[in-house]
Design a binder for this molecule. Structure first.
Ligand code: SF4
Length: 440
């Protein structure tokens, strides 16, 4: 029986050690979905390196490696070793799609973008010829008819209390730093609501009461979102997702989401300077509205988690220091930060390259915790230093407690704010080891 081994690589932390955890809190959905699409004459194994060890003695015929951002470079090492041992190696995921030529240097084949059409073709090619094409590039325009993901492959691992369910893919916006914008270019496609509900029920059958709605921007299609929330509500489950901050301007929609079980939402707030947002092609988000929208979401009883970028051309020492004041004032319960890092293969990368502003082209250093471009008004080293100063200050115990246990809205969702406290302490532990929490 032919066998395919899927591997999600971890990444290297400070000091060159591989990042490992006892538990993975937000496991990805791609491999369980592909496993469900695999014909029954194939054996499938899934390995998440952050909690599993890679077995290079594997009897798999094909090794499929996911490439999420910086972890791709660990994926390259794994690929090289398996190929040295005579295995066929396939890369998939957004990073390999964007740096296709480099990915092809280390793999027998690369699946560009969505895998739903490419993957069955790839298996067929192997079955009929024993070989693979170099590139499989078949964008998906319809997400209906997908099978229930093989959740059993995730529940067999040490995971947290949530399983993932896909709602939609892509985003109508085109923020310049965003991998989703690079791949989907303003497209958003959603799954049929009955199929999403079927998957949520499957999760419930596994004994889980919480799920993570995977979607790049859940508020992309409001009609779809309302229909989905109304269908989720009777299931009595709690859920989290990510979407654009503008949802804070829709109190009636927020109330519906809360009633349907929405517990936590993650928002790309990016910058506290409007020039910074404009530069990121995100001028539809207004800095003057940040505080009001964040407060409105908190008031609806939904926990706010945020992503912010340090190092836009409008950032100065004082704006980075003011970002700490912003977090203190808005009391965002779960804040995350990254240094502006143009994704290799993206238009933003080309822009920095043509301007001669790349400090390095060694992609292994593009870890979003190291400044790799020449910032304005300070050195790359100074920006990196300020970034870590900010993150550590935001993760000080008094600051964490103020925005979690002592948050004025905590009484509306006490479990969620306790969860936020736990997540912050978890992040704090990793930041002390100089590991960013983006993969955890
Ligand atoms: S709104 Fe979010 S998902 Fe959409 S392009 Fe911008 S950063 Fe990417």
């Amino acid at each position: 029986m032919p066998k395919i081994l899927f591997i999600q690589p971890t990444q290297y932390g400070f000091g060159g050690k591989l990042c490992k955890q006892k538990r993975i809190y937000l496991p990805g959905l791609v491999f369980p979905l592909l496993a469900a699409m695999t014909p029954s004459n194939w054996e499938v194994e899934v390995l998440l390196e952050v909690v599993d060890d890679v077995d290079f003695e594997s009897d798999a015929h094909i090794v499929g490696i996911g490439t999420m951002g910086y972890a791709m470079w660990r994926g390259v090492e794994i690929a090289d070793e398996f190929r040295r041992r005579g295995k066929l190696v396939v890369f998939g995921g957004y990073m390999a799609s964007l740096v296709l030529q480099d990915a092809l240097d280390h793999a027998d084949a690369v699946v560009v973008g969505d895998a739903e059409i490419s993957y069955p073709r790839l298996l067929q090619d192997y079955e009929s010829t024993g070989k693979l094409q170099r590139v499989y590039d078949n964008p998906v325009t319809d997400l209906s008819g997908l099978p229930v993901p093989r959740y059993d492959l995730l529940t067999a691992k040490p995971i947290g209390n949530m399983l993932p369910v896909q709602a939609g893919r892509g985003c109508p916006f085109s923020c310049s730093f965003c991998s989703i914008a690079c791949l989907y270019r303003g497209r958003y496609i959603s799954r049929p609501v009955p199929e999403i509900i079927r998957d949520i029920k499957a999760i419930r059958d596994f004994g889980y009461k919480r799920f993570y709605l995977i979607d790049d921007n859940l508020v992309s299609n409001e009609i779809f979102l309302r229909e989905l929330a109304l269908a989720i509500a009777p299931l009595g489950m709690k859920w989290s997702t990510q979407c654009a901050l503008m949802v804070g301007d829709k109190p009636e929609l927020l109330a519906l989401l809360k009633r349907s079980g929405a517990e936590m939402m993650s928002f790309g707030i990016e910058s506290i300077t409007q020039a910074g947002l404009d530069k990121l092609n995100k001028s539809w988000l207004r800095v003057s509205e940040h505080e009001r929208l964040i407060a409105s979401i908190g008031k609806a009883g939904i926990l706010v988690s945020s992503e912010m970028i340090i190092g836009t051309d409008s950032d100065t020492e004082s704006s980075i220091r003011a970002t700490y004041d912003f977090i203190r004032k808005t009391r965002i319960p779960i804040p995350r930060f990254y240094i502006l890092t143009p994704i290799p293969g993206s238009e933003l990368y080309e822009e920095y390259r043509l301007a001669g502003r790349l400090v390095t082209t060694e992609w292994r250093r593009f870890d979003v915790g190291t400044c790799v471009v020449e910032p304005v008004g300070m050195s790359a080293e100074r920006l990196t230093e300020l970034f870590w100063w900010l993150y550590n200050k935001v993760m000080s115990l008094p600051c964490i407690l103020r925005r979690t246990l002592f948050h004025p809205e905590a009484w509306k969702a006490p479990r969620a704010y306790l969860f936020a406290l736990y997540v912050n302490l978890h992040y704090r532990r990793y930041l002390k080891k100089r590991v960013l929490p983006n993969i955890l």
